[in-house]
Ligand binder design. Structure first.
Ligand SMILES: [Zn+2]
Ligand SMILES: [Zn+2]
Length: 437
């Protein structure tokens, strides 16, 4: 018997948390922050007082689950938390769990989260209390056997979970797509999932948008190559340093147009971690066409939060601004508002900027100012982005292939869409459960 409860995420994107309960074991799948959480901008200290903690639960920043947080005296019933990927809307609360609760991550996800926390001066996850799983290899938590499947998503080494108590099987998709750099992966996973499937817990992030065919990372690469080929100035890209698929797209576009890929030290660290178990370009002997620039403003920020050592790990691959000034049309450089001081020195005549993130991020004041400034320099702006999440047709195919006895939507603002698509859909409002005997 498994009882499955949606604790958060039935009608929102981000902040997902599912509780699975068997006779012997209680686990949580993902325990993230809501995407509108204030904690993204004002990080919390590692030590939270009882008053602060209670306030965070009261404000719904943290999910109210009895006894799981360090300050909460109530009895804890949760044995473990299993995290699907490195986006904070899936793990952002785990630093404050009681030490008796196991926390499971994939190795690369944990390393990326902690390196980012170190560089940006945010609380790290204590590594000695984390248990690591390997995508593709089963692991056991009490009465549950969990098989993580590596999925295609904008976070690196993201997993879907196939969870069984030996009698019943649940499949949690986590965040996934079929149009990144691993397009064939999803179909392979669907063939592996044990049938009959009792419960499918599936994300529906993109359903509120138009039912359109998604652009693949490969399409983006072709578009970027075309635009860069027609550009005789500096090419720039503004994207997330943790979106490894997109960084690979950028690197390949640079390579195909005979340009050097120029990145900042933060991005270099993220790529190096991703490159530990995969062929990913990062500044090294093997990839001499990846160089690192040091913007003084961004670097002093990193040094203040972290250490000079972390900053200068990639010193050997440094590119000086003079080299870029000499021939800007030889480079594709990663930019963001905090490196404007560096860009100020560069000739931006005939330059182009790929805006390569979700459109919504443009609206904050800093982003707007930066984009306007580039416009004043006559930089041509090109939108170059695709979602990290599955489109409606991939979701439809997934349901058709898995034919679950129960379908529970999560990570969506349109749970009703699933009801119309599939008669065995059960919309579980936050806090509601189903039990499969
Ligand atoms: Zn998410
Ligand atoms: Zn995600």
């Amino acid at each position: 018997m498994i009882t499955c409860t949606i604790l958060r995420g039935h009608n929102q994107i981000g902040g997902s948390c599912v509780e699975l309960q068997s006779e012997k074991t209680n686990i949580l799948i993902d325990l993230g922050l809501s995407l509108d959480s204030n904690i993204f901008d004002i990080p919390l200290p590692a030590d939270i007082t009882t008053v602060q903690g209670e306030e965070l639960v009261k404000n719904s920043e943290f999910i109210d689950i009895a006894g799981i947080y360090v300050w909460d005296d109530r009895t804890n019933k949760i044995d473990a938390v299993v995290i699907s990927h490195s986006h904070p809307d899936h793990w952002g609360i785990v630093q404050w769990l009681k030490p008796e609760i196991q926390i499971w991550f994939s190795e690369i996800s944990l390393k990326m989260i902690n390196k980012s926390a170190e560089l940006l001066g945010r609380p790290k996850i204590q590594e000695d209390r984390v248990k690591l799983f390997i995508p593709g290899s089963k692991f056991t938590v009490g009465g549950f056997e969990i098989r993580p499947h590596l999925v295609d998503h904008s976070a690196f080494e993201a997993s879907a979970f196939e969870i069984t108590d030996k009698n019943r099987t649940i499949f949690y998709t986590g965040d996934f797509r079929q149009h990144g750099r691993k397009v064939k992966l999803w179909d392979k996973i669907l063939k592996k999932v044990k049938q009959p499937l009792d419960v499918l817990i599936i994300e529906g992030t993109t359903l509120s948008r138009l039912d359109e065919t998604p652009i693949t990372e490969k399409n983006l690469e072709e578009q970027a190559v075309k635009e860069i080929s027609n550009c005789d100035g500096l090419a720039m890209i503004w994207t997330s340093s943790q979106n490894i698929d997109r960084l690979v797209t950028a690197y390949r576009s640079a390579k195909r147009t005979g340009r050097t890929f120029v990145i900042d030290p933060y991005t270099a660290h993220m790529l190096k971690i991703a490159g530990q178990s995969n062929v990913i370009p990062y500044p090294s002997k093997k990839f001499q066409d990846v160089r690192v620039y040091f913007s003084s403003r961004f670097c002093s920020y990193l040094v203040k939060q972290s250490s000079v050592k972390a900053l200068y790990e990639f010193q050997k691959w440094k590119i000086a601004k003079e080299e870029i000034i000499e021939n800007p049309s030889k480079y594709l450089i990663i930019v963001r508002p905090s490196v404007k001081d560096f860009l100020n020195h560069l000739p931006l005549k005939n330059s182009l900027l790929f805006y390569s993130m979700w459109e919504g991020y443009r609206d904050d004041e800093k982003s707007e100012r930066f984009l306007n400034w580039l416009k004043e320099q006559s930089t041509k702006e090109i939108f170059l982005h695709t979602s990290g999440h599955a489109d409606a047709s991939t979701i439809r195919d997934t349901i058709k292939t898995l034919k679950p006895h129960n379908l529970i939507p999560i990570h969506t603002t349109l749970p009703e869409w699933f009801e119309k698509e599939y008669s065995k859909t059960k919309i579980l409002q936050n806090g509601n459960s189903i039990t499969i005997k």
